[in-house]
Design a protein around this ligand. Structure first.
Ligand code: ADP
Length: 192
């Protein structure tokens, strides 16, 4: 198994809703011994605990809209301050706008860890809709109308970050067996 070792991993896993970011982020986190930092999970936890933040974001998430840049940037900033992020992290679901990508650049520069690797999972739209409607996790935003909205938001707000990262970007085909996709990611990161 490959561990973080001497290398510091500043990884971003991006892609449309349903592309398998969470699944692959969990595997990669275990493989490298670094935390998965999922803004979606953090926000869902806030909603479940009915915190002030949770109350502010619940309706936004249920509509399939994006939570404000300010809120998610602050969540990530606080998360990075925890010591487990020292050897690296895998961001999953962040950045989701060009403004978030720029804020991340700044945050990493402040931490003296500016080298960033972005993995973009690519999956055709019809497959994404089928997957999300079939996965049955019972998420409040997994109904067809909201899924279409999330895909639209992905195209208009998130896809432009790929140009922001044209340098350190690995595009990975996201259709196939989970193990197989993991091996393509590992190859792109030169882990295998
Ligand atoms: P998915 O990729 O399947 O849409 P996520 O768990 O990443 O799922 O996100 C779920 C919802 O949480 C989003 O639709 C959005 O409302 C909110 N969210 C998560 N991450 C961000 C982010 N970086 N910026 C703004 N909103 C976010």
């Amino acid at each position: 198994m490959t561990r973080a070792g001497d290398r510091q991993w500043n990884l971003v896993l991006t892609g449309p809703p349903g592309a398998g970011k969470g699944t692959q982020a969990v595997r990669l986190a275990a493989r490298l011994g670094i935390p998965q930092v999922s803004t979606g999970d953090m926000l869902r936890e806030a909603v479940a605990s009915e915190s002030e933040l949770g109350k502010r974001v619940k309706a936004i998430m249920e509509r399939g809209d994006l939570v404000s840049d300010e809120i998610v940037i602050e969540l990530v900033r606080e998360r990075f301050a925890r010591s487990d992020c020292g050897p690296g992290f895998i961001l999953d679901g962040f950045p989701r706008t060009v403004a978030q990508a720029k804020a991340l650049d700044e945050l990493l520069a402040q931490l003296g860890r500016s080298q960033i690797t972005v993995i973009a999972l690519e999956v055709p739209e019809a497959e994404l809709i089928n997957r999300i409607l079939a996965r049955g996790e019972g998420r409040a935003d997994d109904n067809e109308a909201t899924v279409r909205k999330r895909l639209q938001v992905y195209q208009s707000e998130t896809a432009p970050i790929l140009e922001h990262y044209s340098a350190g970007l690995a595009r990975i085909h996201g259709v196939g067996e989970i193990d197989e996709i993991e091996s393509w990611i590992a190859e792109a990161l030169q882990l295998s």
